[in-house]
Design a protein around this ligand. Structure first.
Ligand SMILES: *Cc1c(COP(=O)(O)O)cnc(C)c1O
Length: 380
C-alpha cells in the first residue's frame, strides 16, 4: 500500500501564524525506498530511521514504510526502538548503538534486537538469554575499518569458531562502510573484502554492509539486507552524479518585513555583509533556532544559502540570526515581494545537499537539525 498522496496530517501553529512550514512528502520517502530496494535486489531493503527518521518523524516514516512492505528498521537508541515498536508492531528492529549495561531485559520487553558491538556485549546478551530463555534476535557488529563501533575481525573470527554459534540466536552480521559516498576510495574494497571473509565464517547468518551509498557500490556490497538512511529522505547517495532520489522535504519561511537598504550600509549581526547597490531585503521568520544553520550565513567574502522567491533564486544577506534571515530580493520587481508571503528554502530546486553545501556541511546535519517550531505537514 502507498500512502494516499491526497491526505495530510498537520502539527504546530495554524498556517497564517507559522514562521516556517515544513512539508514532509511520505510518498516520496516510499518511492525512494522502493527505488533503493529495486537496486539492491535480490537483497532485502531495511530502513534506517534513527534520529527521528533524520528529522522527518520516526512514527509517520515507520508507518509509511511498513505499509510499503519494509520489515526491518534500524535505530540508534533504545528509546527510538520503543517508538518504532509502537508504530510497527511486527517489524524487526535493530538498535545500532548496542547493548547498554544491565539493560538486556528492556530490549526484550519491546522485542528490540541489540546490535552487539563487543565481546562484553555478546557475553551479557548470552547470559541474559540463558537465564530467561529469551529467543529474540540480535546482530553482531564487526568493524572492518571504520573504527567506531564493532568488534575486531579477530574477535569475530574467534567467536565464529565457538561451538553452536549458528544456534545462538544471531539474526544478522553487520559492518559499516566509512567512505561509500566516494566509490574510488580504497577503503571500500578493503572493507568489502574483509567483510566477505568474515561473513563466510557465519554462513547461516544473514549479513548486511551497505548504507545508502553502499548500495551503489554494486552487488559485492549488498549481501542479504541493505540499510539505507539518508537517501530515503532525498539526499543524493551518488555525489557528483544526478540524484536518483525524489526530494522529500520542503521548507518555506514567512516574510515578516520587506525593507530597503541604501548602498554601502551593512546587514545583520557583525555587519559582515555590505549592500553593494541599493538593495531590497525580505526578512524571513526562520533562524538557527529552527535548525537553519548559521554556517549558511552570507558575508562580503562568501555567498550563503539561497531562497526561491516567486521562481527566482535569491541569495541570503548577512548572518543567520536566531529567529530571522534576510534574503536579497533586489532582482525581483519592486512590488512583487510582499509581507506575509512564503519563500522556499528547500524545494525541488534547492535540495538538502545544496543547503548543506552552502553551510559547509552534509545533508545529514541539515535533516537532523530540522526545527521543532515549524508548522509540520505530512503529505500522504
Ligand atoms: C546511520 C547508519 C546507516 C545509514 O547510513 P546512510 O548513510 O544514512 O544511508 C547504516 N548503518 C549504520 C551502522 C549507521 O550508523
Amino acid at each position: 500500500m502507498t500512502p494516499n498522496p491526497g491526505t495530510q496530517s498537520v502539527y504546530g501553529p495554524p498556517e497564517p501564524e507559522a514562521g516556517g512550514i515544513l512539508t514532509i512528502d511520505l510518498p516520496a520517502i516510499v518511492a525512494n525506498w522502493r527505488e533503493l530496494a529495486r537496486r539492491a535486489q535480490p537483497a532485502a531493503c531495511a530502513a534506517v530511521i534513527k534520529a527521528d527518521a533524520y528529522g522527518c518523524g520516526i512514527e509517520p516514516v515507520a508507518q509509511a514504510l511498513t505499509a510499503a512492505g519494509c520489515e526491518t528498521f534500524f535505530v540508534a537508541h533504545l528509546a527510538e526502538g520503543r517508538r518504532v515498536r509502537a508504530a510497527a508492531a511486527g517489524a524487526a528492529i535493530y538498535v545500532l548503538n548496542g547493548l547498554l549495561p544491565n539493560a538486556a531485559d528492556t530490549y526484550a520487553q519491546s522485542n528490540l534486537r541489540p546490535v552487539l558491538c563487543s565481546l562484553d556485549e555478546w557475553a551479557e546478551w548470552e547470559a541474559f538469554k540463558t537465564k530467561t530463555k529469551w529467543l529474540g534476535g540480535a546482530a553482531l557488529h564487526v568493524d572492518t575499518g571504520m573504527n567506531r563501533l564493532g568488534m575486531r575481525p579477530q574477535e569475530a573470527t574467534a567467536l565464529a569458531r565457538r561451538a553452536g554459534i549458528e544456534h545462538s540466536g544471531l539474526t544478522l552480521l553487520l559492518s559499516h562502510l566509512a567512505c561509500s559516498e566516494d566509490p574510488a576510495h580504497s577503503l571500500n574494497a578493503k572493507q568489502i573484502g574483509l567483510f566477505r571473509e568474515i561473513r563466510n565464517l557465519f554462513p547461516a547468518i544473514p549479513a548486511s554492509l551497505s548504507n545508502s551509498s553502499g548500495i551503489f557500490l554494486g552487488p559485492d556490497a549488498h549481501h542479504e539486507i541493505v540499510r539505507p538512511g539518508v537517501a530515503l529522505y532525498g539526499a543524493n547517495p551518488t555525489p557528483g552524479h544526478a540524484n536518483l532520489m525524489r526530494p522529500v522535504v520542503r521548507l518555506e519561511g514567512r516574510i515578516v518585513q520587506v525593507r530597503a537598504v541604501p548602498e554601502g550600509e551593512t546587514v545583520g549581526y557583525g555587519a559582515t555583509w555590505t549592500a553593494r547597490r541599493a538593495t531590497r531585503l525580505a526578512v524571513v521568520s526562520i533562524g538557527y533556532a529552527d535548525g537553519f544553520l548559521r554556517a549558511g550565513s552570507a558575508t562580503d567574502l562568501r555567498a550563503g544559502a539561497e531562497a526561491m522567491v516567486h521562481g527566482h533564486r535569491c541569495p541570503l544577506a548577512g548572518r543567520v540570526s536566531m529567529d530571522l534571515i534576510a534574503v536579497d530580493v533586489t532582482a525581483l520587481p519592486e512590488r512583487a515581494v510582499r509581507r506575509g508571503e512564503l519563500v522556499a528554502l528547500l524545494d525541488e530546486t534547492i535540495g538538502v545537499d545544496d543547503l548543506a553545501a552552502h553551510a559547509n556541511t552534509i545533508a545529514y546535519e541539515v535533516l537532523t537539525g530540522l526545527g521543532r517550531r515549524y508548522r509540520r505537514v505530512y503529505r500522504g
